[in-house]
Design a protein around this ligand. Structure first.
Ligand SMILES: NC(=O)c1ccc[n+]([C@@H]2O[C@H](COP(=O)([O-])OP(=O)(O)OC[C@H]3O[C@@H](n4cnc5c(N)ncnc54)[C@H](OP(=O)(O)O)[C@@H]3O)[C@@H](O)[C@H]2O)c1
Length: 346
C-alpha cells in the first residue's frame, strides 16, 4: 500500500480509501449483506487500507461500520460527516455523539461538514454567511480540544467558500472531500491547488471511478441505478462523450497490462493534492482489483494520453457545472443538451 501524509502531524493515510455510502443503501441488512461488508472491511484492513469514510446521511452505513469495526477501531482513520446547516457547537456535539454511538467509538479521526449552504440547492434560501464559517471553526476547535475529533474536514466546499475561512481555521480543518476523477475536474484548478498548498489543505477524492463509469463496464444499453441517473455524466449527450475518455483509459490499460479501474485510480493517486482516493465497493473482488492501482507504474506517455483525453472532455463543459443534475440550473443543462426534465433526485 502507498501512504500519503495528512495534517501538520503527518498522519499516514492509505492512497486508496474505502467509501461506505454503498453499505447504507436499501437492502444493507438483507441476508448475507453484512457478512459481505465485513469481508470487504477485513480485506481492506489486511491490505493496508487505513482510511474509511462514512456519513450520518448514508442510511445505516455508520451503524454497520460500528458493528464491523468493534474491537479494532483504533487501526482505522475513521471519517464521518455531519449533514444539515446548523454548525453551532451544541448541535454539532449532539449530532457527533449520535454518530459516535452508531460507530461504537468515542472519537472520530476526521469530522467533515458534508455540504456548504448553497442558495437554491434543495430550495435552500441563502448561501454561507460569515457566522457559518465562524461556527464551523469554533465548533471544530472545541471538539478537537475535547478529544472527540482528531481533525476537522469539509466536503463539497468550493474555493469561494474556502477563502472565507479565517486562516487559523486550517489548523483544525485539514481536508476538503470533493468529486475528482478523469471525468470530473472542477476542483483540479491551479488557483485551488495554490490555496490548498498555502493552507496545508488536502483533497479527498470521491467518485474516483465516476461511479463505476471509468471501470469500462458500461455501454449505451447498460442499466443504471437511480444515483447514476442523477449524475450528469450518465446523461446523454455527456455519456457518449465520456465514453471517449473511457476508450483512452482502456487503451492505456491494455498497454500497461492493467484494468481500466486501476489505470483511472493510478492517475488520481499521482495527483499531489489527493491524499486518498475513495472507492465505493460492493464486492471484495472489486477492492482486490482496485488496490493493485497502488503498485501500477504508468509511463509519462501513458499519463499524458489520459490527461489529454480527460482535458479535451472536461474543457468542453460549462464552467459552473455541478455533478448532480438537480444542482444545475435549467439553462446550464440545456446548454449541455441534457434533458433538464429528467428530474432524478437523490
Ligand atoms: N462527500 C460527498 O458528497 C460524497 C459523494 C459521493 C460519494 N462519496 C464517498 O465516496 C465513496 C465513493 O464514491 P462513489 O460511490 O460515488 O463512486 P465510485 O467509487 O466512483 O464508484 C463506486 C461503484 O463503482 C463500482 N466499482 C468499484 N470498483 C470496481 C471495479 N474494480 N470493477 C467494477 N466496478 C467497480 C461499484 O459498482 P457496482 O455497484 O456496480 O459493483 C461501486 O458501487 C462513497 O462510498 C462515499 O464514501 C462522498
Amino acid at each position: 500500500m502507498l501512504y500519503k501524509r495528512l495534517g501538520r502531524d503527518g498522519v499516514e493515510v492509505s492512497a486508496i480509501g474505502l467509501g461506505t455510502w454503498e453499505f447504507g443503501q436499501t437492502g444493507a441488512w438483507g441476508t448475507g449483506r453484512i457478512e459481505n461488508y465485513k469481508r470487504i472491511v477485513d480485506y481492506a484492513l489486511d491490505q493496508g487500507i487505513n482510511f474509511i469514510d462514512t456519513a450520518e446521511g448514508y442510511g445505516r452505513s455508520e451503524e454497520i461500520l460500528g458493528m464491523i469495526l468493534e474491537g479494532r477501531r483504533d487501526n482505522v482513520i475513521l471519517a464521518t460527516k455531519i449533514g444539515g446547516y446548523d454548525w453551532r457547537y451544541e448541535n454539532m456535539l449532539k449530532r457527533l455523539n449520535k454518530s459516535l454511538e452508531r460507530l461504537r467509538t468515542d472519537y472520530v479521526d476526521l469530522y467533515q461538514i458534508h455540504w456548504p449552504k448553497i442558495k437554491g440547492r434543495y430550495g435552500y434560501k441563502s448561501d454561507m454567511e460569515p457566522r457559518d464559517y465562524r461556527d464551523i471553526q469554533d465548533s471544530m476547535e472545541r471538539l478537537q480540544r475535547e478529544g472527540l475529533i482528531r481533525f476537522g474536514g469539509l466536503s463539497n466546499f468550493r474555493l469561494a467558500h474556502l477563502k472565507n475561512f479565517d486562516q487559523e481555521a486550517f489548523r483544525v480543518i485539514v481536508t476538503d472531500q470533493v468529486p475528482y476523477n478523469l471525468l470530473w475536474r472542477s476542483y483540479d484548478r491551479p488557483e485551488i491547488a495554490e490555496f490548498c498548498r498555502k493552507c496545508g489543505l488536502k483533497l479527498i477524492a470521491y467518485s474516483s471511478l465516476a461511479q463505476g463509469l471509468l471501470t469500462g463496464k458500461y455501454d449505451a444499453g447498460s442499466e443504471l441505478t437511480m444515483i447514476q441517473r442523477a449524475n450528469v455524466l450518465f446523461n446523454e449527450p455527456v455519456y457518449s462523450r465520456a465514453m471517449k475518455v473511457v476508450e483512452a483509459v482502456k487503451t492505456v490499460a491494455e498497454e500497461a497490462d492493467a484494468t481500466p479501474a486501476q489505470v483511472s485510480l493510478r492517475w488520481l493517486i499521482e495527483k499531489e493534492l489527493t491524499v486518498t482516493a475513495l472507492v465505493g465497493i460492493r464486492r471484495v473482488e472489486e477492492l482486490e482489483e482496485n488496490i493493485r492501482a497502488t503498485e501500477l507504474n504508468l509511463t509519462r506517455d501513458q499519463l499524458k494520453m489520459l490527461e489529454d483525453a480527460s482535458l479535451s472532455f472536461w474543457n468542453g463543459m460549462p464552467q459552473n457545472l455541478e455533478l448532480w443534475l438537480h444542482d444545475n440550473s435549467k439553462e446550464t443543462l440545456e446548454k449541455l443538451g441534457v434533458d433538464s426534465s429528467a428530474g432524478y433526485d437523490i
